[in-house]
Ligand binder design. Sequence first.
Ligand code: FAD
Length: 397
Amino acid sequence: MSKGKIIVAGGGIAGVSVAMGLANIGYAVTVLEQAPEFGEIGAGIQIGPNAFHAMDYLGVGDTGRSKAVYIDKLILMDGTDGKEVSHVDIGEDFRARFKNPYAVIHRADLHAVFLDACKAHDNVTLVNNVVVTGYENTPNGAKVLTQNGQTYEGDAVIGADGVRSALRRQLTGGDELKLSGHVAYRAVLQHDDMPEHLRWNAATLWALPKRHMVHYPLQGWKTFNLVATFVTDIDNVGENEPGKRDEILAAFEHLAPEARALLEVPKDWRRWVLADRDPIDNWVDGNVVLLGDAAHPTHQYFAQGACMAMEDAVMLAHQLEKHEGDFSGAFADFQTARIPRAYRVVLSSREIGKHIYHPAGAHRLVRNAVLAAKSQEEYRESLAWLYGGTGLDGIAD
Ligand SMILES: Cc1cc2nc3c(=O)[nH]c(=O)nc-3n(C[C@H](O)[C@H](O)[C@H](O)COP(=O)(O)OP(=O)(O)OC[C@H]3O[C@@H](n4cnc5c(N)ncnc54)[C@H](O)[C@@H]3O)c2cc1C
């Protein structure tokens, strides 16, 4: 006997992780995904210790850790002069402080950790090719409406349908998507294509005014992830569309030559326009709740969007268990716990973008001086609110 039935709209990292959390505590969960297959794009992702705490709670921590690459450092390079500004050591002391590692992982591998667990769980049903268009609260729960006219009804509905969420549009009346003018180019390189002088066991960020490039190893060092982001006035860039080699090379013409050599390598680029949304103070309408990017889409500068989605999954499961199936009590406590933390990441990501990733002129020199003066202990403690407490104190840390 299940405790009740929950419909999840969207099968990204938020959707499959919350499905696991709810299935583990006895709910029958149906996940509706618009794509013909469940999966993730071919690119890397960084995950902090807080994400591993969340995975542990969700029962997949060991599998997650087995797929990750354990880098030693997060390095900030000044892309103008090619010199290291500073680094955060994420070795032994960092792990001891936060009781889990900081790591990088291929997105498909991270998603598969949850997807495989969902497939193996009797309480989870995965349905593809379903485009959710809206929801309705019903006398006994809530239902989702879909493009093909079918409805899926349960005791509650969860909107995990990403930054352009249809359920959020209805719930908020349509709040504005904030296109930042930041365009990210992504590519994954085979190990042998990575210039030898850049094969570092680190997540390395090369910062230039209004642009930056990040690279790190993936998949047991078989591949390297490469992301290059720049601020532009192009307003017609879409999502996951083919990139233009000339455009990316021109955008980084002032990058130190030893780093710029890397941008010459990829034959196939994909590009995305980046967006977030301003914080809102309500994610709930009756028995419907938002989570993941549908609730708090963020720029990638803290590398925490997916980590926050996994934390959401833990908190929602925890609150539903605590409230013994009282959805309105659970959803209210869920958002009270999550709104300040998730939006701290959203707002801080905007600030980091401006002050650490993209400053120019004297502002750049201030950044370099301030960060170079920080000790490793200072770095760890300044990140403790994020990686330490996990926002799940006493639940999953
Ligand atoms: C360049 C870049 C780098 C990033 N790096 C990091 C990082 O290093 N670390 C980190 O933690 N985060 C990172 N992020 C953020 C992270 O990718 C997102 O926060 C995370 O993937 C959000 O997951 P989600 O499941 O909420 O949304 P999504 O991944 O967008 O998933 C939503 C799912 O819902 C489906 N869907 C959408 N609409 C509908 C509909 N109407 N009906 C049915 N299904 C629907 C979609 O097909 C998709 O499968 C990065 C983001 C970007 C852009």
